[in-house]
Design a protein around this ligand. Structure first.
Ligand SMILES: [Zn+2]
Length: 349
């Protein structure tokens, strides 16, 4: 058996567990005041199939549709656990509008415990948008989420954490598109989520058919969106889960979907101009900093050594700022992230 057929067999075994909840090609509908759950089918076009677990909570009263997407990267567990908690806390009778939750966007990555890349096609789901109906498995997942979730939502949050190898200080990527109305909605949503490090993310809005990222797929369709990062290193510790639960509940209060006040955000540390520092070689990384550290321009982020411990390179910060995340387990490959650093910015809450 080659590796692809082994992986495919593993996916088939995993799929046996899916059968208690119905599978569907389309997002399930729910009557007012009720909830529905299903597995969205991603059909096999040559490299296997998968299914995406989704919930739809439809409120008794009208209101916006919010989509929360967890598990774009399958080793980022805190947001997935958080959505299970959110599902238990929401009574559709108390809800205004509709909450769509994607519990695990990237099931192949989840079940094979891969970081960054899907195990079947080696693609990063958060670089595969808006996807293709006849593409590889990651591209087909992206296509289903684009058409069945993102395009049905008024607001979209792609909920990440540090991946299985990343120690990460919680932060939000807050897109700044230049569209003042859209940007105001995004900013108020980011502040409501309540994570006190916000990275202003100035990327031009792509064409709708060339969006690459989950959040950009929403933005290019005029839908306010952001990416949250809370959790790290495969942990399901309640400390990380609760940040995600609080954020989701706060945003629903902010949008008028749930009664109650938004718990006011702490003073925010604004950041911009982020840079991901990548590895110059394959090797063994020894971080010299922790997530959230302040660092000077040229400050040492870590040392790259070979497998015998011999020095290869010292890794420096490109500018003074905050370490948003740092790779905290040894294996690194050429061109992959070692750390992300952002500059302090001035911005009003
Ligand atoms: Zn991620």
């Amino acid at each position: 058996m080659n590796i692809q057929s082994i992986l495919r067999s593993a996916l088939v075994l995993v799929q046996l567990n899916f059968l208690s909840v119905r599978a569907d090609a389309e997002l399930p509908t729910a009557a007012p005041g009720t909830a529905a759950r299903a597995y969205l089918e991603v059909p096999d076009t040559g490299d296997g199939m998968t299914r995406i677990p989704v919930s739809v909570f439809r409120g008794d009263k009208d209101g916006p549709t919010l989509a929360l997407i967890a598990g774009t990267h399958g080793y980022e567990y805190a947001p997935m656990v958080a959505l299970q908690h959110v599902g238990r806390r929401i009574n559709p009778k108390d809800l205004s509008g509709t909450l769509i939750m994607v519990h695990v966007a990237n099931m192949p990555s989840f079940h094979q415990r891969t970081i960054y890349y899907g195990p079947v096609d080696g693609k990063n789901l958060n670089r595969a948008y808006p996807g293709k109906p006849d593409g590889t498995l990651s591209e087909r997942i992206a296509h289903i989420i684009t058409t069945q979730v993102i395009e049905k939502a008024d607001y979209v949050i792609d909920m990440h954490s540090g991946d299985g190898n990343e120690a990460l200080r919680p932060y939000i990527y807050m897109p700044r598109t230049g569209d003042l109305q859209l940007d105001a909605k995004i900013k108020s949503m980011a502040l409501a989520f309540g994570i006190d490090h916000i990275v202003i993310d100035e990327r031009p809005v792509s064409a709708p058919d060339a969006t690459v990222f989950t959040d950009m797929t929403a933005l290019s369709r005029g839908i306010p969106s952001m990416t949250t990062e809370a959790g790290q290193l495969g942990s399901t510790d309640p400390h990380w889960v609760d940040i995600n639960v609080m954020g989701a509940m706060n945003v629903m209060r902010h949008l008028g979907m749930l009664p109650g006040e938004v718990i006011p955000p702490k003073p925010t540390v604004w950041l911009k101009g982020y840079q991901v520092v990548t590895s110059p070689e394959n090797g063994f990384f020894r971080p010299a900093v922790k997530d959230g550290y302040a660092i000077a321009e040229g400050g040492i982020l870590g040392e790259l050594v070979d497998h015998f411990g011999t020095h290869i390179a010292t890794i420096h910060a490109p500018f003074a700022g905050v370490v948003n995340y740092v790779v905290a387990t040894p294996p690194v490959r050429f061109g992959e992230p070692l750390a992300m650093v952002s500059k302090l910015a001035e911005e009003e809450n």
